[in-house]
Design a protein around this ligand. Sequence first.
Ligand SMILES: Nc1ncnc2c1ncn2[C@@H]1O[C@H](COP(=O)(O)OP(=O)(O)O)[C@@H](O)[C@H]1O
Ligand SMILES: [Mg+2]
Length: 241
Amino acid sequence: MTLIEVKNVSKQFGGLAALTDVSFVLNKGEILGLIGPNGAGKTTMFNIVNGFYPPTKGDVFLKGQRVSHLKPHTLCKLGVARTFQVVRPLQRMTTLDNVITSAFIRTKSKSHAEEIAIEILKFTGLYDDRMVISKGLPLGKRKRLEIARALATHPEILLLDESFAGLNPTEINDQIQIVKKIRTEKEITILIIEHHMKVIMSISDRIVVLNYGQKIAEGTPAEIGHNPIVIEAYLGEEHSA
Ligand SMILES: Nc1ncnc2c1ncn2[C@@H]1O[C@H](COP(=O)(O)OP(=O)(O)O)[C@@H](O)[C@H]1O
Ligand SMILES: [Mg+2]
């Protein structure tokens, strides 16, 4: 079953074509990786799928319904939640209050919101940090708090934007386990942007590759790993870096 269909989406920022005629689908239950060199348009695609920007051309469909004109808050109520590449929990709140704040999208009751938050904090391994002010958490836990906040909205689809960036190997392993658990235990469908090739290769069922705003490949991790066009795009990035 197709949950999200991105159809011929283009996004123009002034003279810059951030995305050009990109199409792909996200199927229920899968983990779909979105990769590509810096500036390829990955975050812009998330911003369009979660309603932060309207596409310049093309459309996004959620279960067959056109949602390209909807705002993030509405999409969140419809079950689409995201994290941000730059972590931005409410810095002065405790971990618990941060997650409670997100849970309010599903309930008006303070005690129900707290119940949801506590379940999510246990699920993400942040329960022991519940009274810590968020800005005092190490990066690995702040990234996890981002995920916890998204989970507290009870999404059907979760968009993860570089949730592994800047983490050490132990934190990366913990994070991989959490992402896998989100799919298996919560049955949430995941669209994930990730720079670590090893992570994306081990975690994804399928991968879509963007380069300069265009889709250059789509396939299983094995297919993508052997695709000469993809290898070329990444070599190009290494040469220019
Ligand atoms: N709000 C914006 N205004 C102008 N240009 C933008 C904006 N957001 C992204 N861009 C540009 O669009 C291109 C794609 O950016 P982005 O989607 O963030 O890439 P990625 O996430 O793949 O690194 C880049 O050239 C970036 O500078
Ligand atoms: Mg990005």
